[in-house]
Design a protein around this ligand. Structure first.
Ligand code: TYD
Ligand code: MG
Length: 453
């Protein structure tokens, strides 16, 4: 009997780079001890291509490609639709990542039960039993009669079922438990995840179904499995929990069919995930007595404002070099703001430990909180309390200038709605017409801002 030649390769479990020989260090992503021997499929299976984007055809002129406006359809949840950029695009592959308990299965179960009223839905669960899922759906009082369920972890059998059922939306919960017969490796490993995801992606692109894969994340918040997974999918959505676990935040980190800056907010209740339609003030907790170092800023998340509390603590460093720590903020940004405060604000912070925290587990991704961070640091350093009805936003530049940010007037109006009566903002953002109920001070430089407090 002819011996089947088994092809093996060495693959980095972090970035998916392949090597002909084992080595301790991955030269592609600089990680150590991540390269493992994997058994590759004996033959590349017909029709399987990584990140394959549709049926192959001859070379065509771009202008001659006929295209129909992609008909998006709703996921059944307004917040989810907003994060996706307006609903599901047929033939797209969506990856939903998040910690265990983030609510990935819950949000998918809820939306799929509603989407099933107008679309054929197949929900494949490899983690929970159908009894568990049905129990949860009943408890959440979801319409259950139209969702097709399958408890399966074999890629081939899932695809077989999909061929015969012809669904329009397929959910794979989760990609880490899927197993392809052609690959001789444990589920959850690099090669299994990659092969399974590639097979599902190819299926979605050729059949036009919306394919949603659930993916677990590792401790450092990156998706478990090969990085190629992110390259393969069209949209990557991350679900995370706030510090007090009451809210769930949904953000896209990659989107081929829409913007990536939208934030979806849900509240986790005993009746499942509820949409928070107006989340602008959910992270504010007003206390009776204001403390030094605390200040409210307003971020712009996609299309909506979000009020956040910035807290800072400046204490003299006890030993060694002073510590600079930011939670919810970029570390480099804090270092830069400290340098600007030293140079242009005339404060000496070189012997101080500086801690900055964004309350509520929010991550600040834009520069508009710079000025609030700077003033919060100064407020803590001077041990002076800032007024509780003060709102601050603006970008800090290296020469101490305060630059305007987008949507200035809308940010101010949101502040008025929540009872703020004064604001320190970049001069460029100061409204030409006075906003009723709000005294706005426009500043050009950090020195001017320090004079204003
Ligand atoms: P789940 O969707 O199972 O998380 P994942 O699939 O991302 O691992 O969510 C489980 C968590 O959500 C769990 O901590 C309990 C909580 N939960 C509620 O608080 N209320 C509910 O109605 C449901 C269904 C879950
Ligand atoms: Mg789950």
């Amino acid at each position: 009997m002819a011996k089947v030649k088994v092809k093996t390769g060495y693959v980095c479990s972090d970035c998916g780079a392949t090597y002909p020989k084992w080595q301790g260090h991955c030269s592609a992503c600089d990680a150590w001890s991540t390269i493992k021997e994997v058994r590759l499929g004996a033959e590349p299976r017909a029709g399987r291509r990584d990140g394959f984007a549709g049926a192959t055809s001859a070379v065509t002129l771009l202008g001659e490609v006929s295209c129909t406006e992609e008909a998006r359809f709703s996921s059944g949840s307004e917040e989810f639709d907003r994060v996706l950029g307006g609903g599901f695009v047929p033939g797209s592959v969506i990856l939903i990542g998040g910690d265990p308990g983030a609510g990935k299965s819950t949000i998918l179960l809820q939306t799929m039960c509603h989407a099933a009223s107008s679309k054929e839905v197949l929900y494949v669960s490899g983690e929970e039993s159908l009894q568990q899922i049905a129990g949860r759906a009943r408890r959440l009082q979801l319409p259950l009669d139209r969702v097709k369920m399958l408890a399966e972890s074999s890629v081939e059998r899932v695809l077989e079922a999909a061929e015969s059922e012809r669904p329009e939306v397929v959910v794979i919960d989760s990609i880490q438990v899927m197993q392809s017969a052609g690959i001789d490796a444990a589920p959850g490993g690099v090669s299994q995840v990659r092969e399974s995801a590639a097979a599902f992606t190819c299926y979605a692109k050729t059949s036009g179904v919306v394919l949603i894969m659930v993916g677990h994340v590792t401790k450092d918040q990156s998706l478990a499995g090969p990085m190629t997974l992110s390259h393969m999918v069209d949209t990557q959505v991350m679900l995370s929990s706030t510090e007090d676990a009451r809210y769930r935040l949904m953000r896209t980190t990659k989107n081929r069919f829409g913007p990536v800056n939208e934030l979806g907010v849900f509240a986790m209740t005993e009746r499942g995930l509820r949409e928070v339609k107006n989340p602008s003030a959910i992270f504010l907790s007003r206390t009776e007595n204001a403390a030094p170092g605390s200040l409210i800023s307003v971020l712009w998340e996609g299309t909506r404002p979000l009020l956040v509390e910035i807290q800072s603590l400046v204490v003299s460093a006890q030993y060694g070099s002073p510590r600079r720590l930011g939670i919810g903020l970029d570390q480099n940004r804090i270092a830069m703001i400290l340098a600007v405060i030293t140079k242009h604000g005339g404060l000496v912070l070189s012997d101080q430990d500086v801690f900055v925290n964004v309350v509520g587990g929010i991550r600040v991704l834009e520069t508009s909180a710079d000025l609030a961070v700077a003033l919060a640091i100064v407020s803590s350093f001077r041990n002076s309390v800032l007024p509780q009805d003060l709102l601050v936003f603006g970008e800090v530049g290296l020469s101490g200038e305060i630059r305007p940010v987008s949507n200035g007037e809308s940010r101010l109006k949101e502040g008025v709605k929540h009872g703020f009566t004064r604001a320190i903002v970049p001069k460029g953002n100061a409204p030409k017409k006075e906003i009723a109920g709000m005294k706005v001070v426009g500043v050009n430089s950090l020195a001017e801002a320090l004079d204003a407090i």
